[in-house]
Design a protein around this ligand. Structure first.
Ligand SMILES: [Zn+2]
Length: 307
C-alpha cells in the first residue's frame, strides 16, 4: 500500500446526474501517532488554503511522519465552483450547518458526510480559512481544548472567539477533537507570503503534536484578543480603502477613517467606516477598491486594550 493515497467520500448525486464528492488525501506515517485532519474550502471563496495544502502534501515525508495526515482540500466543491461563501444550490453557509442532515439539502448532506465519514477518523483538526475573494485576514482562533495547538501555528494574533453555531470546529471540539481555525491571507494579496506562513504553521502544529521531529518555530510576539467587531456595510457599492494591506495586524487609533463606500452610479459617498475602539488591531482589511454588498465583511477590528 502506498503511503500517500487519494480517496473520495461520495455525498450525493444531483438532478443533473453529477456526483458531489469530497476528496481525501491520506499520508500514512511509518511510525505510530495520531491522525491530524485538515480541511480547506469549507467556504468556496477561500482558495488560498487549498494551495497551502498542496504544498503540505508534497513536503510531508511518510518516512519522517509519526501518525497519519488526512487532508480534505475541497470541503464544499459546489461553493468553490461558484467562488462563493455559500452553496449556490441552496444558499447555505456550510460552516453554519454542522452536524448537517443525512437527507437534507445538499449543504446539509455535505456537513453530515464530513461529520460521519471524516471527523471520526481524526484526533486533531485544523480548519483553514481565508479572507475570501476581496478581503485579507490574519488571525487564528484559540482552541478551547488545546490552546497550545493554536499558539504553535505561529500567527501573531489569536482570538478567544465566541463560537458561531454550526461550525465544523465547534462540532469537533464538542466531540473532544481539539480544533484550530486559521484565518490567513485572501484577496489575492501577497499569496506567496501567506502560503509560506500557512505551510510553516501546519508543520509547526505537526511538530507540536509530535507527528514530526523538532519544535514549532514561532518567531513573532503573540497577542490574544478577546473583543472583535465585524464592520458590515448597510448598503452596497464600491469600497475605497483608506486603511489597506500595510496596516493588517497593526494598531490604528480610534476614529481613524478605514474606508468609504461610494455609489458606482452617482459617485456620492454612501457610508464610511471608522475604527471603533480606542486602539484597534486591524484583523481583516481590504487591500484594493472592491465591490461590496450589504452584510459583506469590510473590516474587522480587535480591541487592543483588552488583550
Ligand atoms: Zn471561511
Amino acid at each position: 500500500m502506498s503511503p500517500k493515497q487519494h480517496e473520495e467520500i461520495l455525498v450525493t448525486t444531483l438532478a443533473s446526474g453529477h456526483r458531489v464528492v469530497l476528496p481525501l488525501h491520506r499520508i500514512t506515517g511509518q511510525q505510530p501517532g495520531p491522525t491530524l485532519g485538515i480541511t480547506a474550502l469549507v467556504h468556496g471563496d477561500e482558495p488560498l488554503p487549498n494551495a497551502v495544502l498542496r504544498r503540505v502534501l508534497s513536503e510531508v515525508d511518510p518516512s519522517q511522519l509519526k501518525g497519519t495526515l488526512l487532508v480534505m482540500p475541497v470541503a464544499n466543491p459546489l461553493a468553490y465552483e461558484a467562488l462563493s461563501r455559500q452553496t449556490p444550490l441552496d444558499g447555505i453557509n456550510l460552516n453554519r450547518t454542522f452536524p448537517g442532515l443525512p437527507n437534507g439539502c445538499v449543504t446539509e448532506q455535505i456537513a453530515h458526510a464530513i461529520v460521519t465519514q471524516f471527523l471520526p477518523q481524526v484526533q486533531y483538526l485544523i480548519d483553514l480559512h481565508s479572507g475570501g475573494v476581496f478581503p485579507t485576514v490574519d488571525y487564528v482562533y484559540l482552541s478551547k481544548l488545546r490552546p497550545e495547538m493554536s499558539h504553535a501555528f505561529g500567527s501573531p494574533l489569536l482570538y478567544v472567539g465566541h463560537g458561531f453555531k454550526g461550525t465544523l470546529s465547534g462540532i469537533a471540539e464538542e466531540r473532544n477533537i481539539p480544533s484550530l481555525v486559521v484565518e490567513i491571507g485572501g484577496g489575492s494579496m501577497m499569496d506567496d507570503v501567506y502560503i509560506d506562513r500557512g505551510v510553516c504553521g501546519v508543520l509547526n502544529v505537526m511538530k507540536h503534536l509530535n507527528m514530526l521531529d523538532g519544535t514549532p518555530q514561532v518567531t513573532v510576539q503573540q497577542t490574544v484578543f478577546k473583543e472583535l467587531i465585524y464592520l458590515h456595510p448597510h448598503v452596497g457599492g464600491v469600497l475605497y480603502p483608506e486603511v489597506g494591506l500595510d496596516q493588517l495586524g497593526k494598531v490604528v487609533s480610534g476614529g481613524t477613517l478605514l474606508g468609504r463606500i461610494l455609489s458606482p452610479y452617482t459617485f456620492e459617498e454612501m457610508e464610511i467606516f471608522k475604527a471603533p475602539f480606542a486602539r484597534n488591531y486591524m484583523i481583516l482589511v481590504r487591500g484594493a477598491i472592491t465591490r461590496v454588498n450589504p452584510g459583506d465583511f469590510v473590516y474587522m477590528c480587535a480591541n487592543a486594550d483588552v488583550a
